[in-house]
Design a protein. Structure first.
Length: 295
């Protein structure tokens, strides 16, 4: 890959890695198999203690487009992401997680969307969900209309974070919040100040659901940090939520405070996919079960 060695890449792909050795090979291969070849892969190894470092070294030796930055100790996802942002040299920046898989035409199609829509600053994709074994478990669908995406941001994430493609100069002005979870929420709201968001109609990404993910370990903490970012977006970043979004946030806050951790994720998914019939059954049942009531 010597032809890429001294050339500024078109796209910088930012991938934080922490003990992802079981999935890393498949993830890197999905980037190397992209139909768009003009990229650099910026990998921030956040103090991995498994075989991740060995795998990364092997692929960096094969492909000069892969740049490895390694921390001796784990510094956290937000720190790793912001560090990687500062190393990005491409005109565009794409996100990628070490346990996910990009379809071969992902970058090509997303870049086409971005170039054809000058008012757009960020493009995500539709997502296929897989489990830790790589088995298909469903789809996660996102709106494609910028106005619907804007409205959705008031209640839930409207772009799957690791599918993001944006402009490097802009996202460098929107660093990640120093949180242990939900670090991307404030980044997205800051990015939204610079233009519209889009999602492709195509499914271009396999997103892996893992039981040990930070957001699933402490869903109440994740929600509270997300809510703080939404409030900050209204106060500091000129985000204008709808009345229904405000009411939904109030309802979510009440439910989060009342329900046990093991039910919050299930409840969220029912809301996320608008399964209101099941929602009307689940919520009263568990409020009654735990002898809780709205005041």
């Amino acid at each position: 890959m010597k032809q890429y060695k001294n050339k500024l890449p078109l796209i910088s792909i930012l991938m934080p890695v922490y003990n992802a050795g079981d999935f890393l090979v498949e993830s890197i291969k999905s980037i190397r198999n992209q139909t768009l070849k003009d990229w650099e892969l910026i990998v921030v190894d956040d103090g991995s203690t498994d075989k991740s470092s060995e795998i990364l070294k092997k692929y960096a030796e094969k492909d000069s487009r892969i740049k490895i930055f390694k921390f001796k100790k784990n510094k956290g996802l937000a720190y790793a992401l912001n560090y990687g942002l500062n190393k990005a040299r491409g005109k565009y920046l794409a996100r990628m997680d070490a346990d996910d898989i990009s379809y071969p035409k992902r970058l090509e199609i997303q870049l086409r969307y971005l170039k054809r829509n000058p008012k757009v600053v960020a493009v995500g994709t539709q997502v296929k969900l897989i489990n830790e074994k790589g088995n298909f478990i469903g789809y996660k669908k996102f709106p494609t209309d910028p106005e619907k995406i804007y409205q959705m941001m008031g209640t839930m994430m409207a772009i799957q974070h690791p599918t993001l493609l944006t402009y490097t100069k802009i996202i460098k002005k929107c660093p990640y919040a120093n949180h242990t979870t939900a670090e991307d929420v404030s980044m997205f709201f800051k990015l939204l100040q610079y233009g519209n968001f889009l999602n492709t109609k195509e499914v271009l990404f396999k997103y892996r659901i893992r039981k040990n993910s930070d957001s699933l370990k402490n869903p109440k903490k994740t929600f509270n940090l997300t809510l703080k970012s939404r409030i900050k977006a209204v106060i500091d970043w000129n985000y204008k939520p709808t009345i229904s979004a405000v009411l939904i946030n109030i309802t979510q806050s009440i439910l989060i405070s009342l329900l046990p951790d093991n039910l919050i994720i299930s409840l969220y998914e029912k809301i996320r996919f608008n399964d209101l019939k099941k929602l009307k059954i689940i919520v009263p049942f568990y409020i009654k079960k735990y002898r809780l009531a709205f005041r």
